[in-house]
Design a protein around this ligand. Structure first.
Ligand SMILES: Cc1ncc(C[n+]2csc(CCOP(=O)(O)OP(=O)(O)O)c2C)c(N)n1
Ligand SMILES: [Mg+2]
Length: 352
């Protein structure tokens, strides 16, 4: 006897087409103020990012991983969360920090080499970046499971790339979240590349979202250059999270820039591809939508750009005047300093 024991498929959706026209059946009903906030955040992310690359090129910042092209994911995902939720980002997700209210000077400070920049103010619930690919997925699930055990109505959202889905940690995390009903949202930014490895060489499955079926959780694929699609997918996932149902959201996007400032993508991908993705630019698409709704005009654009540039420049000034206190190094080795460590600290302070 043979019979089908499982039937499953994966949906893809897009709210805004490439001309910024909305699919009325899917368009989220957001007030003008919120739409403007999202647009302003996307512009701020791009301005922040371009500034960081330029600082690195001038020798004023260390290695930096640009987010250009991924603004719709990094704004649309985090804005759909509740304030008390937690986000677990990667090195590329400065936009998620910005959206959650991180002070820009701390972000610059961190990428200038100061760990102090990773300490977010109270209420900015974003974990320190995970440079280790994939290792933050189980952490996000662990925190979410904790929320569930304490009966708190909070959720976590972990952000990761296509490459991270090849790590054992990613599989363990999704399976664990499913079994323990952890209120966790898995937001994958499939930007087509893991450094120089294209998605097609990374996996043989058609989508990343379909892996959710194997864990018995919901998987959805969205246009990751469409901020309203990402927003809608994550808002729905957030509602399910509260019921103990994790979701895997795969955002189809593209890394427009370098993997990091230490990379030269011209050695492994064609300008033609990059050009084609430029036509799908998430900020331009959203701008067209806002223009169609008579929310956007040239005067508003000038104001948004000027404010973003000022915020970034002020933050750079602040970050560049930051001076670390090397004696603090001794304070964070253990929760309480051992006598030997205290002795070493005192010797250091005496300049020995
Ligand atoms: C465990 C581990 N292996 C390898 C690396 C080196 N590494 C840094 S980024 C990266 C590619 C990750 O690609 P993806 O997950 O798609 O994220 P993206 O950089 O595209 O945002 C690799 C292999 C690392 N940081 N951690
Ligand atoms: Mg990638």
């Amino acid at each position: 006897m043979r019979k089908k024991v499982f039937e499953g498929s994966i949906e893809y959706f897009q709210v805004l087409d490439e001309d910024g026209k909305a699919d009325k059946a899917l368009e989220p009903k957001l007030p003008e103020k919120e739409l403007k906030r999202m647009y302003e955040l996307m512009v701020l992310c791009r301005v922040f990012d371009k500034k960081a690359v330029s600082l690195q090129r001038q020798g004023r910042m260390y290695t930096y991983a640009p987010l250009e092209g991924q603004e719709a994911c990094q704004v649309g995902g985090p804005v759909a969360l509740e304030k008390e939720d937690w986000v677990f980002p990667t090195y590329r997700d400065n936009g998620a920090y910005i959206t959650r209210g991180a002070p820009l000077d701390l972000l610059y400070e961190y990428w200038m080499g100061f760990e102090e920049g990773a300490a977010m103010p109270e209420g900015v619930n974003v974990f320190p970046v995970s440079i280790t690919v994939g290792n933050h997925l189980p952490m996000a699930v662990g925190m979410a499971w904790g929320f569930r055990m304490r009966k708190q109505k909070k959720a976590t959202m972990v952000m990761f790339g296509d490459g991270a889905t090849s790590q054992g940690d990613a599989h363990e995390a999704m399976n664990f979240a499913s079994v323990y009903k952890a209120p966790c949202i898995f937001l994958c930014q499939n930007n087509q590349w893991a450094i120089s490895t294209p998605s097609a060489k990374q996996m043989c499955s058609n989508t990343i979202a379909q892996r959710a079926l194997g864990y018995g959780i919901r998987g959805i694929q969205v246009d990751g250059n469409d901020v309203l699609a990402v927003y809608k997918a994550v808002s729905e996932a957030r509602k399910r999270a509260e019921k103990g149902e994790p979701t895997l959201v795969e955002c189809i996007t593209y890394r427009m820039g370098l993997h990091t400032t230490a990379d030269d993508p011209k050695r492994y991908r064609s300008d033609k591809d990059v050009e084609a993705w430029k036509q799908k630019d998430p900020i331009e698409r959203f701008r067209k939508y806002l223009k169609g709704k008579k929310i956007w005009n040239e005067k508003y654009e000038r104001k948004v750009q000027e404010e973003a540039v000022k915020k970034a420049e002020d933050a750079v000034k602040k970050a560049e005047t930051f001076r670390a206190d090397p004696a603090k190094f001794f304070d964070f080795v253990y929760e309480k300093k051992t006598p030997a460590l205290e002795e070493q600290k005192q010797a250091f302070l005496r300049g020995e």
